[in-house]
Design a protein around this ligand. Structure first.
Ligand SMILES: Cc1ncc(COP(=O)(O)O)c(C=O)c1O
Length: 397
């Protein structure tokens, strides 16, 4: 008996593993850990969204739904994407799935034959590499560097495209760096993509979490000629604090729609009607909590940026979007011959701060630690104070 190579190469998502370890430490020591490992807003789902779900349950919407999603939600998503991306999305092209993550997997399975290449950001959201491996494909890392403000350059992209490249995954705003790809660079990248055989998967799950006007979200699907070769993904988890609801969506070009829907249909069948009805309220209702959450994230970003840069041996550039601080710890690693995984473990064991080793996100993350700042201001201040004290006393640089 044996398991497939495809599953051997796929990894479990690190954030969930660290969360489990941190909870174990809490149980064993009784000390409250500062949780900065998992990327999920600490706010409740806005009330109006919860009420819309309750009403749907009371109305008896508890049965299977069409695999692609209920028509009313697909229409709401099409209106939302058309308005926010300045393109025309037909509801017929909207595919609803149990979380954006399932759409990553569905896309890889749809476009990759064994041995095909898929370009993935490095550092990047770890499930990209795993989904490529599960589909039998080969992930080709595309480096994002701090010096370059975590921009992807069209030249670097072009260098990695071969006849085997079937899929290119891009992510803006980015997990783990907080970088936002610029319109100018995305337009140049689109020209490179158009000269290839590849389809783009554009992960825009943090599209609403950008903190300054000048960094406005831009989708590569909006570049003329790109809509037909882009799977544009977004979802409810981050903007609306709906991580546990498992609701994501994509605009899928007509010619690929049926294939991708088959993956959703053959795995989870469909999404519950009551979450989709809540999704309509999220996209089209008036929920002031959504803006309030954005304001909190922006304030927390400024706080963590200041605090991190006050710790000797640690530094970061200001994240433009999402809710992650990607912190350069190279001086500490070099002086004490540590890996970023060692340092993340030290932070958990000695400072009681749970965070992620940058290496989880790819080779380019080797000298970094990711802190999620989707946690309270007080916790961020407490966590950074513990780390500062630890570094100053035990790991001075
Ligand atoms: C870049 C990125 N894409 C997709 C997802 C998955 O989101 P969902 O909860 O919709 O599956 C995440 C969640 O952390 C993410 O960071």
């Amino acid at each position: 008996m044996q398991i497939s190579n495809r599953t051997k190469h796929a990894k479990a998502e690190g954030a969930f593993e660290v969360l489990a370890r941190a909870q174990q430490i809490e149980r064993e020591t009784g000390v409250k850990v500062v949780h900065m490992e998992i990327g999920e807003p600490d706010f409740p789902t806005p009330k109006g969204i919860v009420e819309a779900c309750k009403k749907s349950l009371d109305d008896g919407l508890t049965h299977y739904t069409p695999a692609g999603g209920i028509p009313e939600f697909r229409e709401a998503v099409a209106r939302h994407l058309s308005k926010t991306r300045n393109i025309t999305i037909d509801p017929e092209n909207v595919l609803i799935a149990a979380g954006g993550k399932l759409l990553i997997y569905a896309t890889c399975v749809t476009f990759l034959e064994p041995g095909d290449e898929c370009i993935v950001p490095d550092p990047g959201y770890p499930p990209y590499q795993s989904a490529v491996s599960l589909a039998g494909g080969i992930p080709i890392p595309l480096p994002l560097t701090e010096e370059n403000g975590y921009q992807v350059t069209a030249e670097e992209l072009e260098k990695r495209i071969t006849p085997k490249t079937k899929l290119i995954i891009i992510n803006t705003p980015q997990n783990p760096t907080g970088g936002v790809l610029s319109k100018t660079e995305l337009e140049k990248m689109a020209e490179v993509v158009k000269r290839s055989n590849a389809v783009v998967f554009s992960d825009e799950i943090y599209s609403d979490l950008i903190y300054s006007e000048e960094d406005k979200h831009f989708s590569i699907a909006s570049v003329p000629g790109m809509l037909d070769r882009t799977v544009l993904m977004d979802g409810m988890s981050k903007t609306f604090s709906m991580t546990g609801w498992r609701l994501g969506y994509a605009a899928v070009p007509h010619q690929f729609y049926g294939s991708m829907k088959k993956i959703v249909n053959n795995t989870v069948s469909c999404c519950p009607a009551f979450t989709q009805m809540a999704g309509i309220e999220a996209l089209e209702g008036n929920n002031p909590e959504v803006h309030m959450m954005w304001e909190h994230f922006k304030e927390r970003r400024d706080i963590i940026y200041t605090l991190v840069n006050e710790i000797p041996g640690m530094s970061m550039i200001k994240p433009k979007g999402a809710f992650y601080a990607f912190v350069n710890v190279k001086p500490i690693l070099d002086k004490y011959h540590l890996t970023s995984a060692d340092l993340a473990e030290i932070f958990l064991q000695k400072a009681f701060v749970a965070c992620l080793s940058g290496s989880i996100f790819g080779k380019q993350g080797d000298s970094y630690i990711r802190f999620s700042y989707a946690t309270s201001k007080e916790d961020i201040q407490r966590g950074m104070a513990h780390i500062k004290k630890l570094i100053e006393t035990e790991y001075p640089v």
